[in-house]
Write a protein that binds this ligand. Structure first.
Ligand SMILES: *Cc1c(COP(=O)(O)O)cnc(C)c1O
Length: 386
């Protein structure tokens, strides 16, 4: 199929849910993507934080291929080694006790919501969950309900009961808190709403507030997890200890996977039959994810911190940039230009960036090179400063 045919038939056969840019991505290498016409792009999106070690990564491909040669799917009525290996790696790494695997961020969050409700309902008759304004937790009805943004709440009424939306301050939390509150769910760094890093002091106070009341603290690390910020999980940066952590995107290195990590309090919240999914913990996705987790070493995390600092410092100097937010390789840029315009102009010049609400967002693969960062900075400068 040539490009025009793909664009035409996409419009004809695929549901109109995406405002796509007119590019057909065909292949790549590391943080370099190639379209079907052979044009190259520096990738500062990594498929929305998914291709955490870029394209054509040998180590990840090896792990995935080896598993495909064995077996492609095992239903959850039986045991399978890659799932156990990944769960063990995550538990060892974070101190969580048990992991439930789904296939996406939304599913990981669904699991967290169910875990929190079962925990609260069975102990105290509590079921309300406080989430934050400007949060994003997914597109299923429950995670959409959890998402604290009005624009996502059009069309799909009625939503679930039992969610309240707080400003990211303790006053905000107290004004939503009732004797029915079972959990508070946050993104340490809000991705979709503009790479908003939550205040460390607020996070510390929130942790204490939750602990004192046996309210579960859930960190949605779907986007900011898995080394993205220069920490394995962003809650480590904040110095807080959640009761449930969800992640997805980068964990699979390119294959669909979601994980809901249950810490001490929730270790045994689920019993057999309480929750499940057919594809969850797919052995191919898990084998790839094991190789990813094993590579997010302290050395790599330091490297990510250094790269992030380098990008942020240089972006701050660009004319017309009013603010830069973020941590590690999760960066939000505020400029006087509409983000979509910046993304389109960058694309023309061979740079792929994302938008997030009113900001330009960068989520490059963690192995982006210095040369690629410099090219990206040059293009950003050309587009934003003119
Ligand atoms: C992307 C995202 C989700 C949803 O993940 P899907 O895999 O698209 O379902 C949930 N929470 C956060 C913070 C995200 O960035």
């Amino acid at each position: 199929m040539d490009k025009n045919e793909i664009l035409r038939e996409d419009k004809q056969f695929i549901a109109n849910t995406y405002a796509r840019f007119p590019v057909v991505i065909a292949s790549g290498e590391g943080a370099c993507l190639k379209d079907c016409d052979g044009k190259e792009y520096i990738d500062c999106a990594s498929g929305i934080g998914v291709n955490i070690f870029g394209i054509n990564d040998e180590e990840w491909k090896e792990a995935v291929k080896a598993q495909i040669d064995n077996i492609q799917h095992v239903c959850n009525l039986y045991y399978s080694a890659p799932q156990v290996e990944l769960a063990k790696a995550l538990c060892t790494r974070t101190g969580c006790r048990k992991v439930f695997f789904g296939n996406s961020g939304a599913e990981a969050n669904e699991c967290a919501i169910k875990a929190a409700r079962k925990y609260g309902n069975t102990r105290y008759g509590r079921y309300e969950i406080i989430t934050l304004k400007n949060s994003f937790h997914g597109r299923t009805i429950a995670t959409l309900t959890a998402t604290g943004q009005e624009e996502f709440h059009k069309y799909y009424d009625p939503f679930l009961k039992g969610f309240r939306y707080a400003e990211p301050t303790m006053d905000g939390i107290f004004s939503c808190y009732t004797d029915k509150t079972c959990a508070v769910m946050i993104e340490v760094i809000q991705g979709e709403s503009g790479v908003n890093v939550l205040d460390k002091k607020f996070l510390k106070e929130l942790e204490k507030f939750c602990r004192e009341r046996d309210i579960l603290l859930i960190c949605d690390e779907v986007q900011c997890g898995n080394g993205r910020t220069g920490y394995m999980y962003a809650y480590e940066w904040a110095g807080i200890q959640p009761d449930i952590v969800t992640t997805a995107k980068g964990l699979g290195g390119g294959l669909p996977i979601g994980a809901c990590m249950l810490f001490d309090k929730c270790e045994n919240v689920f019993g057999a039959g309480d929750h499940g999914t057919t594809f969850g913990g797919n052995p191919v996705a898990c084998a790839g994810a094991v190789s990813i987790v094993n590579r997010i070493t302290p050395e790599l995390l330091l490297e990510v911190q250094g790269k992030g600092a380098y990008l942020i410092k240089n972006i701050e100097h660009i004319k017309n940039v009013s603010a830069v937010s973020g941590l590690g390789l999760m960066i939000g840029i505020s400029t006087d230009k509409p983000p979509r315009y910046v993304a389109e102009k960058c694309l023309e010049k061979g740079l792929i960036v994302l938008t997030a609400h009113n900001k330009v967002r960068l989520l490059p693969p963690l192995n982006i090179t210095k040369g690629q960062m410099d090219t990206a900075l040059k293009i950003l400068n050309e587009v934003i400063s003119q």
